[in-house]
Design a protein around this ligand. Sequence first.
Ligand SMILES: Cc1ncc(COP(=O)(O)O)c(C=O)c1O
Length: 401
Amino acid sequence: MNTSDHPFSISAAPRYAGMASSPLKDIFALAARPGVVSFAGGIPDPELFDLETVRECFEWVLKNQGTRALQYGVSEGETELREQAARRLCRDLPTDTSHIQVTSGSQEGLFVIAQALLSPGDTVLVESPTYLAAVQAFTVHGARIVGVQTDEDGMVPDALAEAIAEHSPRFVYLIPTFQNPTGRTMPAERRRAVAAVLQSTGTLLVEDDPYGELSFSGERFTPIAALPGMGTRTLLLNSMSKLMSPGVRIGWIRAEGSIRSTLAVAKAAISMQSSVVDQLAVARYLATADLEAHVERVGSVYQERRDALHSALRPLLPEDADLTCPAGGMFLWAAPGNGLDAQAMLSDAVEAGVAYLPGWSFYAEDPDLSSMRLSFVTHSPAVIEDAVGRLAPVLDRHLAG
Ligand SMILES: Cc1ncc(COP(=O)(O)O)c(C=O)c1O
């Protein structure tokens, strides 16, 4: 028999076993159906992009730095961008260009960190629930993910101490400000308590902060990395995705010490360097545009939308239901409890023209099956109110059943 008659199928590496398709892909396909108002993705409203200024920055770069912008660059990142990143970080903790590793968004930053730090069998402690794609980046590098108890202030320090004693983790992964998926923020006192546990146990922190500047009140939350003694034991990730544009794919890691050269080697192995044109345009944007004013404008629109979603949902949920009202970021978290199955409800919700992300996918273990993540940033208050109105009878039916 001629083997070439058989269709050939390339098998995936074991680390990708079970990841050939993701249930989330199906959910996003459902959410993208015409006529469906989707709260599923954290997609910035394109109407709010600072398009004209960004265009000017790209034009300036191509006119003044054109040949350099089109050439290969260094793996650590372009100096101008690293200077701008360091300048922003200096508001909270002393940082210079040597501390900055540029990445193609925080997602690549998480992958670079996983490459540089993780060995198969290592444990990573995460908030329960946490950002799904970080879990994926750690899992494909062989890590075992353990969820640690959280409350309305974030990870519980005693539970963290216990989990560290039990699992000796390689690192702890936290999103302390306007967390994805819950929108919750860790208050200053909790940050200090968590830092104390990390220091007394000699544990590393990976602090992911893509939303921190998207604060509706203007209040800024100092990263845990800036607490005394934490700078050396924290890898801090920032991103331009939520502030300027997710399309440019620019972010950075702040790190101290010898791990920096390993991060640069890992970055080079993955992608040589981030797009030089994009790096220079973002650097130009950070040097010349009024990012604070832009973020304030975007934040006030998002706040109105958060209010619309929160006040439309609140009366539909049981009194004891958990519903967050985040002071920034993009997501609101609803956990109605009462036996509701958010995944089972989704097809009826989509039938009614509304989509959300069932919350189970954000848990490493023991998911709250009633939970769901809703992004409030994409639609106007009128669209939000209309969509939640259509969700009301579906929720009613599923809460009763
Ligand atoms: C917590 C968190 N980290 C990282 C990312 C990745 O963002 P990007 O790669 O666009 O910077 C996201 C995106 O939604 C996120 O929510």
